[in-house]
Design a protein around this ligand. Structure first.
Ligand code: HPA
Length: 242
């Protein structure tokens, strides 16, 4: 397939080698307007905003993924395979499972378990383990330390369901296996990166704790998001220096 694609209208050369992906299009706009130098709107198909600008002199695109594996599956596939993007860093929110996690903590998905059937579309005869790219992960951990943040690194769960008919019960086994938190996109992103031979990472702020009924206020949500975003932007700079 050539560009533009069915879901991305950007022209050749308008998308940077590293793309930051929040779920929410308005977050993409916020990041572009508040952090990037000379941002240009490069996509607005279905309101899925993508903006390209620079951060510390390095070109970066911030484009929304929408919610869920099917959505990030489409956008990351087109970015990796048709726009020749090298690195995608998802910046999202997640609900904590593990007792030692607090609201506003930042977690990195070293691995992404899933209950989604998306993983089966690749046809492997067994259980593929979707993992983050080690270089991206290492650089993100380094960037986090420079911001005074000790990022928690481990397994996350990319669920197809935000709500569960079984209530919390459905999460007990994942928690028992040490899975840190639940979000809804990373496993799809990691599978696409693996298939394309590209790099991906998901970092999330903890917005709620599923076993303690705790939720971030909108102000804390914004503050913790800003910190995560700066870590992701600095990771893009480190990747450009490789
Ligand atoms: N489930 C899935 N995604 C989420 C959650 C959750 O509980 N919290 C924040 N993102």
């Amino acid at each position: 397939m050539s560009i533009p694609t069915p879901h991305i209208a950007a022209a050749e050369g308008q998308i940077a080698k590293t793309v930051l992906m929040p779920g929410d299009p308005l977050r993409a706009k916020f990041i572009a307007e508040n952090f990037l130098t000379e941002p240009v709107l490069v996509n607005n198909v279905r309101g899925v905003q993508g903006h390209t600008g620079t951060w510390k002199g390095v070109p970066v695109t911030v484009m929304a993924s929408g919610m869920g594996i099917p959505a990030i599956g489409i956008y990351s596939w087109e970015l990796f395979n048709f726009y020749d993007v090298d690195n995608i860093i998802r910046i999202g929110s997640a609900g904590a499972l593990r007792d030692d996690l607090k609201l506003m903590d930042i977690v990195a998905g070293q691995g992404a378990c899933t209950n989604s059937n998306y993983i089966n579309t690749f046809g492997v005869k067994g259980s593929f383990a979707p993992i983050a790219d080690f270089t991206l992960l290492s650089k993100a951990v380094e960037a986090a330390r420079e911001h005074g943040v000790e990022m928690k690194v481990g397994n996350i769960l990319s669920a197809d369901n935000f709500y569960s008919a079984r209530g919390q019960e459905g999460n007990d086994e994942w928690k028992r296996m040490g899975v840190m938190a639940i979000e809804m996109e990373a496993a799809g992103l990691y599978c696409n990166a693996a298939y394309a031979g590209k790099r991906a990472l998901c970092i999330c702020t903890i917005s709620d704790h599923l076993y303690r009924q705790e939720y971030l206020s909108s102000e804390d949500r914004q503050n913790s998001f800003t910190q995560m975003m700066e870590i992701a932007l600095d990771t893009a700079v480190k990747m450009a220096e490789l």
